[in-house]
Design a protein. Structure first.
Length: 363
């Protein structure tokens, strides 16, 4: 087992990474201050891992709430089911929530913890690759609105993160690829050596080779932890983690929540960011091709849905969280491995990028 630390002063917390970590009380007991535990999971993950996870909380008054599975349920209505369970079982403000699932479960459980009685503790146990390398670390929580993704939420850090890599054994291939998009992101924003490593080992990652998967998770979590420690609330460097996300969130919203996985949309979004950077004259066509080859090798889409034309993108991106004073901020490239945030790009070139990167027809 490896242990990383997210350094946030008195809100610091560990990330435990390894095999056979589910059900180990010694990993969670030090981070629970009350007697009540509510495990939040979904209809896909609970039959696989709930019983095993519950073993870690045998000495607590432990209950669970099982939500439907999918991004389309990441909303205020579904969130109420967590509050209903907490109130029905008379949970007090010293309780602990546990997120057992992927990014949707983690985001919703964290937001419920941020809101319930004005803030209670929670623990992340991510079971998808994307959640393990990205959404479980850093304290971003929330739900979607019909007009925009993650528009309702809060910063609320977990007490600890437990990454049991064995849970990836049951992950479907499409979800694995979605997680690889976020892993690729860490390389593209500031670690070109990691990009080269990914190019060499992408086949191993797709084949779920344990050593390579563990290394990719470790490198990604170290990068995320370092950035969050420097900039918890995204006033500076943390914004680089939004590479591909402004385009990607627009794709998710425009396609209808649940039709595109988050990582799939981010994969296409990162390629669009590279394309716009090339059109601005900052990187080369060869650089763009390198990004596209890597995204394609991860079995991720490289074109937005056909109906997502320029107007569709712009209408959705206008309400993105990265908009400042009416200007869209994008994460673009000075060069691969050197990303930056800017609103200083040619809108005509943005139109060209969008027009070049939506599919000619729906699959």
């Amino acid at each position: 087992m490896k242990t990383l630390n997210v350094d946030l002063g008195d809100r610091s917390y560990p990330i435990f990474i390894g095999s056979q970590l589910l059900g180990k009380p010694e990993l969670v007991v030090p981070y629970i201050k009350g007697t009540q535990v509510m495990i939040v999971s979904n209809e896909t993950v609970a039959p696989l891992y709930l019983q095993q996870a519950q073993a870690a909380f045998a000495d607590f008054d432990c209950h669970n709430v099982i939500l439907p599975d999918g991004e389309q349920y990441k909303n205020l209505q579904t969130l109420d089911r967590i509050f209903d369970a907490l109130l029905t079982h008379q949970f007090d403000r010293h309780c602990t929530l546990v997120a057992l699932g992927g990014g949707v479960i983690g985001d919703m459980t964290g937001f419920a913890a941020a809101c319930y009685q004005r803030g209670v503790d929670f623990i992340q146990i991510p079971t998808t690759l994307l959640a393990q390398v990205d959404s479980s670390v850093g304290g971003k929580t929330g739900v979607n609105h019909p007009l925009g993704k993650n528009m309702i939420g809060a910063f609320h850090q977990p007490r600890c993160v437990i990454i049991d890599t064995d849970t990836l054994d049951t992950l479907e291939d499409r979800q694995l690829s979605a997680g690889l998009a976020e892993i690729i992101k860490y390389g593209l924003i500031r670690d070109l050596d990691f990009v080269a490593w990914l190019e060499e080992h992408m086949g191993d990652l797709l084949a779920r080779e344990a050593a390579e998967i563990a290394q990719a998770i470790d490198i990604s979590c170290r990068s995320k932890a370092k950035i969050v420690a420097e900039d918890e609330r995204e006033s500076g460097i943390r914004a680089l983690l939004n590479l591909g996300h402004t385009f990607g969130h627009a794709i998710e919203t425009g396609a209808g929540y649940g039709n595109w996985l988050h990582g799939e949309a981010v994969g296409t979004g990162m390629l669009m960011a590279a394309d716009l950077s090339m059109r601005q004259g900052w990187i080369s066509e060869q650089d763009v091709q390198r990004v596209e080859n890597l995204i394609d090798k991860a079995r991720l889409p490289t074109r937005a849905p056909a109906h997502m034309d320029y107007d569709a993108f712009m209408n959705i991106m206008a309400v993105d969280k990265k908009v400042r004073a009416g200007k869209i901020n994008l994460v673009l490239f000075r060069q691969l491995g050197d990303a930056f945030v800017t609103d200083n790009f040619d809108p005509d070139l943005l139109r060209e990028t969008i027009n070049a990167h939506h599919a000619l027809e729906e699959d």
